[in-house]
Design a binder for this molecule. Sequence first.
Ligand code: NAD
Ligand code: UGA
Length: 314
Amino acid sequence: MRVLITGGAGFIGSNLADYLLDMGCSVIVYDNFDDYYSGKIRNVRHMLDDDNFRLLRADVLNYSSLLNAMKRVDVVYHLAAQPGVRFSMANPEKTIRVNVLGTLNVLKAALKAGVGRIVDASSSSVYGNPVYLPEDELHPTNPISVYGASKLMAENLCRIFHNEFGLPVVVLRYFTVYGPRQRPDMAICRWVKAILRGDPITIYGDGSQTRDFTYVMDAVEGTVKAGLAGGIEGEVFNIGSGVRVSINDLVKMLIEICGVDDVKIKHEPPKAGDVKDTHASIAKASRLLGYRPKVDIREGLKLFVSWFRENLVR
Ligand code: NAD
Ligand code: UGA
């Protein structure tokens, strides 16, 4: 099977690329190494010698290079994006440009190239503040961040291309993913870095907000299944752990796992665009994809901390 991963040099995308190469797929990573954060080449360097691997340094805003790259591709995993809820509130134009126009280009090129399946990486941010928990896929979508709005617009484009043009698209709503190669702007990565350096950590708000944290290999397995399962075109799936944890409890666990005493915790006002709670119902993904997350939060945090200690590079 020949697959193309947009954003394949990033956190989730590079873990997905490793997994698909191990499965024996031919993998094309399509990524512009965007300067939102640096060091992504480390995520894919070890793949460069693999005959089944090809790296294309290119932009999803470039339609003709996307179209060229998609020739004879069976599955496109579209993960390229401008991520970051908080970033999107200060930089709305870039978020909308990459996430909306970039996705439009991917869908247009996939339709033209006759790709067999497109898996779109969406986000729990499309729900906004929950009206009930856990959130199933029918929960209202009222995003409160520009990022969430951009991902919802991208989802709408996927639905339109599926319904009106028959494009075989599947949408995945990831819930706060963590693990090796996590983006440096995300909470767990920031906190582990600070704790291990002896710096204070910052919590936005009082820390009572909750998140469904998803271990990256669980998210990757759900993503691979979404590229393969039959009869799911046009469907939307939550990809979470199915468990929610408060930020205060998470911080306690991290401090314990890092084994550092006297960590100073600073509080700052809550950030614009930050939802109060997320909690995924994973019943649909379990039923139709056979998705079964395996790594619980304590085990996942231990795996992340030991990866971070070995790769303390940034
Ligand atoms: P990431 O930033 O590590 O990966 C995104 C990749 O896309 C990067 O390698 C970047 O260089 C690339 N990219 C950015 N703009 C591009 C462009 N114009 N052309 C080509 N490539 C471009 O982020 P991630 O956390 O791995 O997220 C992957 C996907 O999952 C994104 O679509 C994100 O919105 C979504 N998502 C992530 C999370 C999470 O918790 N990490 C949760 C929900 C959804
Ligand atoms: C994450 C990803 O960054 C988004 O790309 C993704 O779409 C989203 O999950 C999702 O699930 O859809 P977020 O939940 O904000 O967004 O992830 P973190 O950066 O890990 O933040 C988790 C919580 O910790 C938030 O409440 C945030 O405000 C808080 N936080 C973050 C702090 O208190 N301190 C920090 O230094 C960083």
